[in-house]
Design a protein around this ligand. Structure first.
Ligand SMILES: [Ca+2]
Length: 239
């Protein structure tokens, strides 16, 4: 009698576990299907998100960095504004400095580790790193030849901040950008920056783009302590 009860209990537990596991798998399959549907929809709409700064690395799996006069001094970040992801734990965080979601990317000129450097740049790879042993390092290139525009959102702390847009392809022999394109000065309002891509087709290979960036140092006209916020970088076809 005891043995039979034990067996019945065993059967009940086993059935319970089996049913729950099966339900879990169904949920997973349906979630995966939904994710695939989202990707297809984005491609059809002609929009690819490069970086919304809500996670790390960027939305294409590429590294994000700041160099020269934008390089932060991590020892001072509690009291001095610094170039990096602008997040809710950043001192003096204000949601007005974010265009979408909870985070943006802040550029601060000349208050970090290399205040005397005349150049300063923000740069993003357009895919994961594939080889770190060569210079320039290899990344998974992105084919943007089917897109009309690169779009991002920009807000200046005081207005009048100067920016230059930078691009580098997979054929570059060093880290110098092949495209340097002057942008309109920043304003204190969030503004949508729309950069038509085809104008660069003779200067670099749009089918194998490796890196995009922003120059924000003294060499493009910024003083020490000038600040801009960037958000929602994307390729699209409709401005
Ligand atoms: Ca964001």
């Amino acid at each position: 009698m005891v043995r039979r009860t034990f067996f019945a209990l065993f059967l009940a537990v086993a059935t319970f576990l089996f049913v729950n596991t099966a339900i879990g798998q169904d949920d997973l399959i349906s979630e995966l299907t939904e994710m695939e549907e989202v990707v297809v929809t984005e491609a059809e709409a002609g929009v690819v998100l490069i970086a919304d700064f809500e996670g790390w690395p960027n939305n294409l799996g590429g590294e994000v960095g700041v160099y020269g006069s934008l390089e932060p001094n991590w020892d001072d970040i509690a009291s001095v504004p610094y170039s990096w992801v602008y997040e809710t734990i950043t001192p003096t965080y204000d949601i007005k400095n974010v265009h979408g979601g909870r985070q943006s990317f802040r550029l601060v000129n000349g208050l970090g580790l290399k205040p005397e450097e005349t150049w300063g740049s923000f740069a993003m790879d357009l895919g994961p790193t594939t080889d770190l042993t060569v210079i320039p390092k290899r990344v998974e290139s992105f084919d943007c030849s089917g897109f009309k525009y690169l779009v991002f959102w920009l807000r200046g702390e005081k207005g009048g901040e100067r920016l230059q847009f930078l691009m580098r392809d997979a054929h570059a022999l060093n880290y110098m950008p092949q495209v340097k394109h002057k942008l309109s000065d920043a304003t204190t309002e969030w503004q949508k920056v729309v950069i038509p891509l085809q104008q660069f087709s003779g200067k670099l290979d749009l089918a194998a783009l490796d890196n995009i960036g922003i120059a924000f140092g003294r060499d493009v006209g910024n003083l020490k302590g000038e600040i801009v916020y960037l958000d929602d970088f994307m390729f699209n076809n409709g401005e």
